[in-house]
Design a protein around this ligand. Structure first.
Ligand code: NDP
Length: 248
């Protein structure tokens, strides 16, 4: 039997934990060779071992995606080592919730650099490769926070609305080819993401919002990414909004 992603190459950023790690496993399970990018190399090495034990192919590409030259090298290394690039999952991100009045502007900058600028540069670099082959998938992790703004979430909201807007603009630009663009918009997912929230009140607010809610697991989001990139060439799943059933 052939798997839907046999002979395809997928690159996942932020593959060292959470949604990115689950997505790398899921795409490897669907037959893709996967390049794993993030800063924590030890985590990427153990994920690569795991994928290879399951019979898959994985490449570790240690990368800080906020560095433009590293992003371009990440794409080049993937293409030269794995033979191409069919699926790019721009997943690396951070959520530093703080009210506007007391926010550290450096936290805003970090979210814009990582959640938006890195996505744009990686998409540009991937497009060079995909334009040549005439097809490919660019999957960007936006969020419910890319569609709905909340008090205390201004910088994160600004970054994720940015991702959704960038994705739609890019989709229109490449609609004369078989390059597809997809925004994934999860609600609460049980990952390390809230651990970096600098403001204690905001961290408590997240805990309160989660009371009585079974959050999504990273695998739940990974399955939806697999679904999107496994469609026939003429079908582009533009957006997927996925909330835990009991999230308001
Ligand atoms: P995690 O904190 O578990 O994962 C974040 C990943 O980003 C890590 O692998 C981290 O790896 C990587 N990363 C951070 N900074 C950099 C950097 N400078 N260069 C390269 N990689 C980096 O969180 P999630 O899995 O939850 O988040 C993944 C994405 O999903 C994010 O874009 C997030 O906004 C989005 N999302 C998450 C939701 C949730 O509720 N969890 C809901 C909606 C969207 P390392 O530190 O090793 O570099």
């Amino acid at each position: 039997t052939t798997d839907p992603l046999d002979d395809q190459v997928a690159l996942v950023t932020g593959a060292s934990s959470g949604i990115g790690a689950a997505t790398a496993r899921e795409l490897a399970d669907a037959g893709a060779s996967v390049a794993l990018a993030a800063r924590r190399q030890d985590r990427l090495e153990s994920l690569a071992d795991e994928i290879e034990t399951e019979g898959g192919e994985a490449l570790v590409v240690p990368t800080d995606v906020t560095e433009e030259t590293q992003v371009r090298e990440m794409i080049e290394t993937t293409v030269s080592e794995l033979g191409g690039l069919d699926v790019l999952v721009n997943n690396a991100g951070v959520m530093l919730l703080e009210p506007v009045a007391t926010a550290d502007p450096e936290d805003w900058q970090q979210m814009l650099d990582l959640n938006v600028q890195a996505v744009m540069v990686a998409s540009q670099a991937a497009l060079d490769v995909m334009r040549e082959s005439g097809e490919g998938d660019i999957v960007n992790l936006s969020s419910v926070a890319g569609r709905k703004a909340y008090a205390g979430s201004s910088g994160y909201n600004a970054s994720k609305f940015g991702v959704t807007a960038f994705s739609e603009s890019l989709r229109e630009e490449v609609a004369d080819s078989d390059v597809r663009v997809t925004s994934i918009e999860p609600g609460f997912v049980d990952t390390e993401l809230p651990e970096h929230i600098p403001d204690e009140d905001q961290r408590e607010m997240v805990d309160e919002m989660l009371e009585g809610v079974t959050p999504l697991e990273p695998e739940d989001v990974a399955r939806s990414i697999r679904f999107a990139v496994s469609q026939p060439t003429h079908v582009d799943i533009n957006e997927l909004l996925i909330r835990p059933t009991r999230q308001e």
